[in-house]
Ligand binder design. Structure first.
Ligand code: FES
Length: 126
């Protein structure tokens, strides 16, 4: 049996606590956030108009989009400020000895199939 293919998102050591980090897997933008010892990976584009969530700010366990202020709790993906909106979350594997944070690529591809991306990078309105 072959191991599931995973994609390296970041070195653990480069994830500053509370600072969003841009990453890509299977051609899709993600935002990686470390909050204390926890590392979260979420879809990297704001569901409002597609601004990069890695350019947002993190406070109180929620990441706020820099464009118009939609916010998302990183531990759940849900938005406290915009009912019904959320960012998809993806399970990460953290290997501190290898200094790697990885994500299962199959999970990203499956999510993409179920949720075709509506934002073209060249057309982001932000
Ligand atoms: S709040 Fe994120 S693009 Fe508008």
């Amino acid at each position: 049996m072959t191991e599931p293919k995973s994609t390296r998102l970041a070195a653990y050591s480069e994830l500053a606590d509370g600072r969003p980090h841009a990453a890509r897997a299977a051609g899709m933008d993600l935002v990686v956030v470390r909050v204390g010892d926890e590392v979260h990976a979420l879809y990297g584009r704001c569901p409002h108009r597609g601004a990069p969530m890695a350019e947002g700010c993190l406070a109180g366990g929620a990441i706020t989009c820099k464009a118009h202020g939609w916010d998302f709790v990183v531990a759940t993906g849900e938005s406290p400020g915009v009912e019904g909106e959320r960012l998809a979350r993806f399970e990460v594997q953290v290997d501190r000895e290898a200094d790697e944070v990885r994500v299962d690529e199959a999970a990203i591809v499956a999510w993409q199939r179920a949720n075709p991306q509506v934002f073209e990078e060249a057309e982001l309105l932000g």
